[in-house]
Every structure is written in C-alpha cells, then in structure tokens.
Design a protein around this ligand. Sequence first.
Ligand code: DQA
Length: 145
Amino acid sequence: MRIIVINGPNLNRLGVREPGVYGSKTLTDLEQRLLVFGDVEGIDVSCFQSNHEGDLIDAIHEANDQYEGIIINPGAFTHYSYAIRDAIASVNIPTIEVHISNVHAREDFRHTSVTAPVTMGQIVGLGFKGYELAMLALKEQRGGK
Ligand code: DQA
C-alpha cells in the first residue's frame, strides 16, 4: 500500500527545536525511520513537509489520487486551521493525525484539535513511534494485516 506522511510547520526544526519536548532526532531521522519501517511492513511511504498552509492543503488534495492513506502532523495548524480540516474532510482516503508531544499535558491552546474530528483517529505523546503506529493502523484498516 502507498501512504504519505505530511508534516506541517516547524517540524523541519526537529532536533534543534525544543529538544526537551520533541527530542534530539531530526526530520530526516524520522523520515528514514519511517521508510525502513515501511519496508518491513510492506508500506510504500512518501514524506512531505511544509511550513505553508496552502502547500499542506495542496498535498492533502493531491494525496487523494495517489495514496491510500495520509498520516499528518499539522503542527500548530492543528489548533486553528479550519482550512486544513476542510481539506482532510474533502478527501476519500483515511487520515490519521499524529503529535510527537503529549499536547494534553501542555498549554491549553494545544488541547484543542480542529482537525482531529475529521480524521480516523489521533495519536499523541508517543514520539516518533506514533507515526509507526499510525502506519500499522492504516494497513489494518485496508485489510493488509
Ligand atoms: C505538535 C504539537 C503542536 O502543538 C505544535 O504546534 C507542533 C508540534 C507535536 O507534534 O507534538 O508544532 O504537533
């Protein structure tokens, strides 16, 4: 199966950005890890990152025809972007939302996700492992267990 992992704003700063919250590994480390995990699980993974709302929306729209699932970490857009929510709602493939940190243990504004209600589910606080668990969930949903 083919899936895309979409990371939103500031996730290109992984490794240098608040390492106490997000760890010391970089976005490249994350993407490499997911490619290796995908090889093991028979999942063809593409990765995309952008700091721009419109580019994320375009990537979600384009995924509809090219992939069988989306894993998205919308970064801070999670908390207020109705446009990204509508983009997720507009596609016919399952989407899982992932957050590296436990957003519920952080500032109040991070407790709300406007995007999660239109996803298949949300995984928070498990670090990079959350992306792998989302991959397994997409595979199982498709029946490729
Ligand atoms: C994040 C949590 C968001 O609140 C924050 O704005 C991010 C990263 C996470 O992965 O934990 O950029 O999505």
